[in-house]
Design a protein around this ligand. Structure first.
Ligand code: SF4
Length: 762
């Protein structure tokens, strides 16, 4: 029985009036709780975007796991709230709080923010503002938490350094443990705020704006198993990625000259096949996810990809695999045929441009034939779609280059017979720490015209869908990516004028930014200009490990359109000092360890010999009443999976557990008669299995009974629901709502109950 009380939540019952309230209740499966939190170093880890995005971020999940593995630390989470909830908080003076203990962020010792895009910079200010923490670090005093920032954007700290007390540069798995002792000394008042910052500045990879250094090295962490979270959180609300994620490889050596990640996450580190399989098996058991996402910059570069897929499929036959793109060239036709479940993800390719010359400039050494091969493979197998990513505004790009891309898409549109082709266009943004950090970014109005021209030329092809990022968002991203300290004033001004959630089209307004730049007296166009090779760049003191000479050489080669070969398949290009530091691939190149003699995957039984149906009756009370119907069913089914329930699966390409849910319950309503039919290939004794299943249920869900059905349940026999409304004067009113008749929401509108409880069916 849940002992949740609405008074335990800062929003109280008003939570249920907000859009997708499940975002704000916390209590996810695998959420971490610790005894006596006030005696520990309290850290609030914040992803400055909505729950659905933040919960899908593996980096933050790793840091949550690593920090909580320290016995003297308690790390909790917070995400930004959507506009309706923000408005509610401001109106009721409720400060931003953590999901685990609902503690206001102001009461933490440290607020750690993970920043992945410049378009979330205003969200950093919004986070601090909602938390009642002074925005500028020099305005914070004794009782205020320290503010730490990590993630990819930390590699140019300049635009944010007035708001952040210290940055962690690079991969933070080890650095976040090294900061604990000084922070504990500060918490215990052994040292002052100023002294702790001085101590933190001594740690490799930590940049403290108050104590600047000539050189700060980015941290590089080993891909060790102990750092990887097995008990990943199960989102309350369908997240962007709703699966168990495993990072199989970190880094990329292909050398695309525009790609900051590909440059700064070197050297490449590879997780062993057997370790990935072990993590997958344990992770699925701990979470109940039905899908595993294999994560790497370029999955097809994983040297033992076939062996990995075969082993995973044999270890977890009912689990779907998802890959960021289908590695057509890295797995055999035989395996492609077996892995029919990959088909649902379609094919994703990023040629960037069809111009051969321009591909030399950007070092995208992928033949265009691959696109046609992929489309043929997909069409032969009746797969639904192919997604292609292109960029406009690439260095040295001319109209002829753009026309080549248009022609390529025309050819694809004419030759594709069944498949849908989606082409997405982004604007090139020169990023720090890449060979293109010196080049010009083209103006957004020009890029808008180019995209308009592409759309116009291709609009007659029905099989082709064109989408494009807003070039003005890319311009803003480019301004801040290579920005300097002066932009802090612009950021504050834009925030004051109402800029927030700039990464979302519906909330992005470039006119606010133009006004902010004008008010501060800075021309934003100046930040898109090319830089001189000998110019001191704002991030000059950040040492990513790449030799500056390597970046300059790559820049010069790009101007000549010369390719640089991928060092995994060719010789070392001497990009950094890592080949001296014991990283296997930096010395030996491409190494395949597990050679497969044959591809054998245990066949799933096409038709199970036994299919037993069980009717599950459960109650849904707070906080689960804040979950939508589909999320509730998903969480219950994941609980069944964790309890070891042997599902019966649907036939066909993509296998699903056979379940069917009774009439859906309105968000916010409670019930003691929810119905769910779950099939199994096994006979269970209800009284024995029930406690085990109950122990895996989310807070607020109680399994009342489970009984074997002698005949399939016909949901159409249910003609409606019976509710008990509690009115504001305490009266209880019984309301019968028939399918096809007056709607529940009409009764609610009319009677204005303070609580709605389902008690039975008609
Ligand atoms: S040092 Fe050589 S082998 Fe290692 S990542 Fe750089 S180019 Fe590749």
């Amino acid at each position: 029985m849940s002992n949740f009380d609405w008074n335990d939540h800062p929003f109280g019952r008003a939570l249920l009036t907000l859009e997708r309230p499940g975002r704000y209740i916390g209590g996810e499966w695998n959420e971490i709780h610790k005894e006596n939190p006030s005696s520990l170093l309290r850290i609030a880890l914040v992803y400055p975007e909505l729950y659905e995005l933040g919960m899908s971020n593996l980096g933050l999940a790793i840091i949550y796991h690593v920090l909580n593995s320290h016995p003297k630390v308690y790390a909790e989470r917070a995400y930004l709230l959507w506009l309706d909830a923000i408005e509610f908080m401001r109106r009721n003076r409720i400060p931003l709080f953590s999901l685990e203990t609902k503690t206001p962020l102001r009461e933490f010792d440290l607020i750690g923010i993970s920043m992945h895009t410049e378009l979330n910079y205003t969200n950093l200010l919004l986070t601090l503002d909602l938390a009642n923490v002074p925005l500028k670090s020099d305005e914070r005093s004794k009782g205020d938490p320290l503010v730490m920032l990590g993630g990819p954007c930390a590699l140019n700290p300049e635009p944010l350094k007035r708001f952040v007390d210290f940055f962690v540069l690079g991969e933070a798995e080890q650095a976040v443990l090294e900061i604990v002792d000084p922070l504990l000394a500060w918490k215990n008042r052994e040292i002052t705020r100023d002294e702790v910052l001085a101590e933190l500045a001594k740690i490799e990879g930590v940049f403290v704006p108050r104590y600047p250094k000539d050189r700060v090295r980015r941290r590089i962490a080993p891909l060790e198993r102990k750092f990887f979270p097995i008990k990943q959180l199960v989102p309350n609300v369908e997240a962007v990625h709703n699966r168990f994620v495993i990072e199989i490889m970190r880094g990329c050596t292909r050398g695309c000259r525009f790609c900051e990640g590909g440059m700064v996450y070197r050297p490449i580190r590879i997780r062993d096949v057997d370790e990935v399989v072990e993590i997958a098996v344990e992770g699925v058991k701990a979470t109940g996810f039905r899908e595993i996402g294999l994560l790497a910059f370029t999955v097809s570069d994983y040297p033992d990809l076939e062996a990995l897929i075969v082993k995973l499929k044999n270890a977890l036959p009912h689990i779907d695999l998802s890959l960021p793109s289908l590695p057509i060239n890295a797995i055999s036709k035989e395996l492609l045929d077996i892995l029919a479940d990959l088909s649902k993800f379609g094919i994703t390719l990023a040629p960037e441009t069809a111009s051969e010359r321009l591909r030399g400039v950007i070092n995208k050494n992928v033949p265009l034939d691959e696109i046609f091969t992929s489309i043929r493979i997909a069409e032969e197998r009746n797969w639904p779609s192919v997604k292609l990513y292109f960029m406009v505004g690439l260095p040295t790009e001319t109209e002829d280059d753009v026309n080549e891309t248009v022609k390529l898409l025309e050819t694809i549109a004419r030759t594709a017979r069944r498949i849908r082709v989606r082409a997405s266009f982004g604007t090139f943004v020169p990023r720090p720490h890449t060979p293109f950090q010196w080049v010009e970014q083209r103006m957004p109005d020009e890029m808008e015209s180019v995209i308009h021209m592409i759309r116009r030329k291709l609009r007659r092809y029905r099989r082709l869908r064109i989408s494009a990022h807003d070039p003005y968002q890319s311009a803003l991203e480019g301004v801040f990516a290579r920005g300097d300290e002066r932009l802090a004033d612009v950021l504050l001004e834009a925030y004051r004028l109402g800029a927030q959630f700039d990464d979302r089209r519906e909330t992005f307004d470039f006119s606010i930014w133009e006004q902010a730049f004008e008010n501060i007296g800075i021309d934003w166009r100046e930040y898109l200009r090319p830089r001189e090779l000998d110019e001191k760049l704002p991030w000059h003191y950040v040492d990513t490990g790449l030799f500056n000479a390597f970046l300059r050489l790559e820049y010069k080669r790009s101007l000549r359109g010369e390719y640089t070969m991928d060092c995994m398949r060719s010789r070392c290009n001497g990009c950094g000092p890592w080949y001296r530091e014991g990283y296997e691939l930096c010395r030996t190149g491409y190494v395949q360890k597990q050679k497969l003699e044959s591809i054998e995957i245990a066949k799933l039984e096409a038709k199970p010999t036994k299919r037993v149906q069980y009717l599950v009756v459960y109650s849904k009370m707070p906080p689960a009443s804040a979950l939508g119907h589909n999320d509730t069913v998903r969480l219950i089914i994941q609980g069944f999976a964790r309890a070891g329930w042997e599902f019966s699966y649907t036939e066909g390409f993509v296998k699903r557990p056979r379940i069917s849910a009774g009439p859906s319950l309105a968000l916010g309503a409670t019930s003691e008669v929810e119905l769910l039919v779950v099939e199994s290939v096994k006979e269970y004794e209800p009284e024995k299995i029930l406690p085990k299943l109950q122990s895996e249920m989310p807070d607020g869900i109680r399994l009342i009974s489970i009984e074997r059905l002698s005949r399939p349940l016909n949901w159409s026999e249910i003609k409606g629901s019976i509710y008990l409304f509690t009115l504001s004067d305490g009266r209880k009113v019984r309301v019968e709502v028939r399918h096809g008749g007056k709607k529940l929401r009409d009764y609610i509108e009319e009677l204005k109950p303070i609580a709605v409880h389902r008690i039975g069916y008609l």
